[in-house]
Design a protein around this ligand. Structure first.
Ligand code: FMN
Length: 363
């Protein structure tokens, strides 16, 4: 039993509370040029405001480990040292405002090469900031072009890209790296039998389909200090497992439990329990649609679990933590609406808000 404002210790890292900013793409980096993929003034103001607003940890949005690993040409990227240097400004701004700086490393796979969502989000061709995509097999995301099937050399180079990006994230001052294995992007597309039709050692049974994820974890852990934690974001279900005919054909909570157990043995310190994104499919509207999967993971895996999804009410957040459904909560859209959501939740729940010293004597 815990409350949202109790600190959480993972390895040697102390995270001051349990209300964290969920990774959310902002499509605001330069698509080309010397500072391609580097944070801009927008990112600095955006993330510093959420840190000042009381989030215990600020997870910077999906950041491409390579140019083709970006979701869009306007994503953040961490494949060169110039980018890492600019990220250093972001980590100091987040740290100075009292939050732990964290970054989500990602490869978008067959869902890459799209336009900004507010411009329609369609997949773009090479003449419009697009590129040919890669995946485990040539199965396309519905409505997108078919990816090319990755060779074993392609897989090895993606694994290495995650490690190199993690190393640069450390240099830039991040204290947590999160491996993005959710939402239908590259790693999730290897996990799910709906998109992975390979017959080599990276396909087939659960161990084969999980192989790339475990290799990425090992590669990241080999460069990430033992004193700092690694998180893994997973989709707990493809949302097809309610249909008994398709159960073996999709990724389910049972698979997620197995993967999470293996991941923790390989050095993952927290499972971030999201869902969906592999195929377009309806998602239930109940308030606990996704947090209930975090709860299931927490009772089946010997590791801390973070819940996410539709957590926008302080008393619901407190209830989830007090009832042990999760160890921490990622807040997404509520933090876009209100950068001070955690501080306002503290006031609503009768706890102390964490104001900057520049504000605290005055408010
Ligand atoms: C604008 C936007 C961008 C997002 N980008 C990412 C991302 O970069 N990485 C990720 O894992 N999830 C991403 N998500 C999902 C959120 O992190 C979160 O899991 C989801 O919005 C559900 O939480 P919420 O109901 O609190 O918003 C994004 C969501 C939104 C709304």
């Amino acid at each position: 039993m815990t409350n949202p404002f109790a600190a959480l210790e993972l390895r040697s890292l102390r995270i001051p509370n349990r209300l964290w900013m969920s990774p959310m793409c902002t499509y605001s980096a330069a698509p080309e040029g010397k500072l391609v993929g580097a944070p801009t003034d927008f990112h600095l103001a955006h993330y510093a405001a959420r840190a000042a607003g009381g989030a215990g940890l600020v997870m910077v949005e999906a950041t491409g480990v390579s140019p083709v690993g970006r979701i869009s040409a306007w994503d953040l990227g961490l494949w060169n040292d110039d980018q890492a240097q600019v990220f250093g400004r972001l980590t100091s701004a987040i740290t100075e405002a009292g939050a732990v700086p964290a970054i989500q490393l990602a490869h978008a796979g067959r869902k890459a090469s799209v336009d900004k969502p507010w411009l329609g989000g369609e997949q773009l061709t090479e003449d419009r900031h697009g590129w040919p995509t890669q995946g485990p097999s040539t199965v396309a995301f519905p409505g997108y072009s078919a990816p090319s099937e990755m060779s074993k050399e392609d897989i090895a180079s993606v694994v290495q890209d995650f490690a190199s990006a993690a190393k640069r994230a450390l240099t830039a001052g991040f204290k947590v790296v999160e491996i993005h294995a959710a939402h239908g992007y590259l790693l999730h597309s290897f996990l799910s039998p709906l998109s992975n039709r390979r017959t080599d050692s990276y396909g087939g049974d659960l161990a084969g389909r999980s192989r790339i994820v475990i290799e990425v974890i090992d590669a990241v852990r080999s460069v990430w200090p033992p004193s700092l934690p690694v998180f893994l974001r997973v989709s707990t279900t493809d949302w097809i497992d309610e249909n008994p005919d398709l159960q073996d054909a999709s990724w389910t909570i049972r698979d997620t439990i197995e993967l999470s157990r293996a991941a923790t043995k390989h050095g993952v310190d927290l499972i971030d329990a999201s869902s969906g994104g592999l195929v377009p499919t309806p998602i239930p509207r109940d308030r606990d649609y996704q947090t209930r999967y975090a709860q299931q993971l927490r009772s089946n895996v010997d590791a801390p679990v973070a819940a996410v999804g539709r957590i926008d009410d302080p008393s619901w957040a407190a209830e989830l933590l007090e009832h042990g459904h999760a160890d921490a909560l990622f807040i997404g859209r509520a933090l876009l609406r209100d950068a001070s959501w955690p501080n306002n939740a503290a006031s609503a729940l009768g706890s102390d808000a964490r104001y900057l010293e520049q504000y605290s004597y005055a408010v």
